[in-house]
Ligand binder design. Structure first.
Ligand SMILES: Cc1cc2nc3c(=O)[nH]c(=O)nc-3n(C[C@H](O)[C@H](O)[C@H](O)COP(=O)(O)OP(=O)(O)OC[C@H]3O[C@@H](n4cnc5c(N)ncnc54)[C@H](O)[C@@H]3O)c2cc1C
Ligand code: FES
Length: 540
């Protein structure tokens, strides 16, 4: 108890010292802030310091409270691993070895990770899966590291960035190089990539690459039981599906797994045709005969005033923080979007002890299933249809939001604005296929709203316009986990069949295609079915 008290006081000193350091070293931060004007007057300066000590004491208290200690489904004590320390802008942070830098900082009450490149606006994380670059920081001298997917290490030196990183910062990096040869390379280890790997590895050597520190994609944070096909593990919790698939992959001798590795480009000039960066310091050249891209999707955002404030997170990011690392995103949440994702994540927030102040939905009806909405209503969470967010407010982080009623033309109705007191705004407003790598490869795209936006042209065997390059899962058009798994299997077999003729494999692929078609005829598949039909018509 006495020790915790001492640590507590020490931590306050850290906060205090960090603040003083910030005041003396970073003039850009002071411009326009009370610190700027008060800093020159010693008496007022001392007064301001006292205010700051109170502020950081409060922040620290909140930081301590951010860690989940009990959860109805998850056991974080087992997951977290041992305690380690790293430094953030010179301040020592205690955390757990199995978490990312962004999660550890969030748990310590730190929301602002860096400042934006042009206007020096505060930046927190947004997607928490490595897709938006909102969380970039300098780590051990390496600039532009995505702190949301980089695990903490003992003694690691993490620093905020302001503006653009300098090329000179790259001097200390001693790049390492590796080469890997395989028959089928799969980029992305979510349900689609895992299923593709398992199917293809029955016949060929497979390399499965993921930029995360763990396989499983979006499944590793989904604690609810899945809808979809019974044959494809419906009614099983997402986390359980991930566990089963990952175990099978790790035990398969024909599959090599490369984690913490982002595939950054495709080159067809020489025999090594894919390039990946591993652990932020190693360039991996990959020579492969076939490529399956299953890079998933990124979360959409919305246009409203101050939509870049730290504390505005994608729904998937909130899930990652809560369900993967056991850290609460905040205390009071406004959920924007009442599709299945918005409703499910709202319920998961309640399970983690977070107050969901309300859910706003621009459409006249909720988009998700009534069963999820009913659970929320029973817990007293209002779901306001024909409502949206008008603005977020706060200085360096979200302090509240203004919501407003919409008319039939989706315009705000004057006089219906309401300010609500929240510290997190969670956006659950849809996903877009992650097609950056496919675009760089030279695949052309078509805009199909039912598939989530721009998708690359591909045929029913999931082959793109580039021979030997296949797509599967959300990056081929937004769907759900069952269809992602089926597409993964089909793409895996298509890659195999392009290297050998085998009637048995062809029959199996036909069966899987029929299963996929049936699934898309069901209640969960209408939009993707229409989307894929449009796409295949365009290919013919
Ligand atoms: C909140 C929420 C609730 C959901 N609920 C359900 C549900 O109840 N039922 C259901 O069926 N579906 C549900 N889904 C959808 C389901 O999770 C996705 O459809 C599914 O995960 C898509 O699988 P995927 O393999 O295509 O992509 P992902 O699971 O997104 O995996 C993509 C992988 O690719 C990796 N990657 C991306 N780019 C690169 C790169 N350049 N280099 C290396 N690796 C890369 C990523 O790290 C990631 O691991 C839900 C989704 C969300 C967000
Ligand atoms: S890339 Fe880290 S928050 Fe999006």
């Amino acid at each position: 108890m006495i020790n915790s008290g001492k640590i507590f006081i020490k931590e306050i000193q850290y906060f205090y010292n960090a603040e003083v350091a910030e005041r003396t070293n970073a003039p850009a931060l002071r411009a326009g802030s009370p610190l700027g004007s008060l800093g020159s007057n010693p008496n007022l300066g001392a007064f301001w310091n006292i205010v700051k000590v109170f502020k950081y004491t409060y922040l620290l208290y909140k930081g301590v409270k951010m860690r989940l200690t009990s959860h109805p489904i998850l056991d974080f004590e087992k997951k977290r691993g041992k305690k380690i320390k790293f430094t953030y802008n010179g301040r020592e942070i205690e955390c757990y070895e199995n978490e990312t830098i962004a999660s550890a900082l969030h748990a310590a009450g730190i929301r602002v990770l860096s400042k934006s490149s042009k206007l020096l606006r505060p930046r927190g994380f947004y997607c928490a899966i490595g897709k938006c670059a909102s969380c970039i920081m300098t780590v051990d001298g390496v600039p532009n590291v995505r702190s949301c997917i980089t695990l903490v290490r003992e003694g690691m030196k993490v620093e905020s960035q302001e503006g653009l990183a300098s090329l000179q910062d790259l001097n200390p990096i001693k790049g390492k190089k590796e080469k890997i040869e395989t028959e089928i390379a799969i980029v992305g280890g979510g349900p689609a990539g895992l299923s593709a790997a398992l199917e293809a590895a029955k016949y060929n050597r497979v390399l499965l690459i993921d930029e995360n520190h763990t396989l499983g994609g979006q499944l590793i944070k989904q604690t609810h039981k899945f809808f979809g096909s019974r044959k494809e593990k419906a009614s099983t919790r997402g986390i359980k599906i991930a566990e089963e698939l990952c175990k099978e992959v790790m035990e398969n001798e024909n599959i090599e797994v490369l984690l913490n590795s982002s595939v950054i480009g495709y080159y067809n000039e020489n025999e090594y045709n894919l390039a990946a960066v591993k652990n932020n310091d190693t360039l991996v050249k990959i020579k492969t005969e076939k490529i399956i891209v299953s890079t998933g999707a990124s979360e959409n955002t919305l246009v409203f005033e101050n939509n870049d404030l730290p504390g505005i997170y994608g729904a998937g990011a909130v899930q990652t923080l809560m369900n993967v690392y056991g850290v609460k995103p905040g205390d009071k949440v406004l959920m924007v979007g009442a599709g299945n994702v918005g409703l499910i994540v709202s319920y998961q927030l309640l399970q983690a002890g977070v107050d969901v102040v309300c859910v706003v939905e621009a459409l006249p009806e909720i988009g998700g299933y009534n069963v999820h909405a009913a659970k929320l209503r029973r817990c007293g969470v209002p779901i306001l249809t024909k409502h949206s967010i008008l603005r977020a407010y706060g200085d360096e982080r979200v302090r509240g939001a203004t919501i407003v009623k919409l008319d039939e033309n989706w315009k705000p109705v004057k006089g219906t604005e309401r300010d609500i007191d929240v510290d997190v705004i969670c956006l659950a407003v849809g996903l877009s296929p992650s097609i950056e790598l496919l675009r760089q490869m030279g695949c052309s795209t078509k805009y199909i709203p039912e598939l989530g936006g721009n998708v690359v042209i591909h045929n029913k065997y999931l082959e793109t316009e580039i021979t030997g390059v296949y797509v599967a899962g959300d990056c081929s058009g937004i769907g759900e986990a069952s269809t992602a798994m089926l597409e993964g299997k089909i793409a895996g077999l298509s890659a195999v069949l392009s290297m050998r003729r085998d009637e048995e494999i062809e029959r199996r692929r036909e069966e899987l295609m029929k299963e996929l078609e049936e699934l898309r005829r069901g209640p969960f598949g209408e939009r993707p079915r229409i989307g894929k039909e449009k796409l295949f018509r365009a290919v013919r």
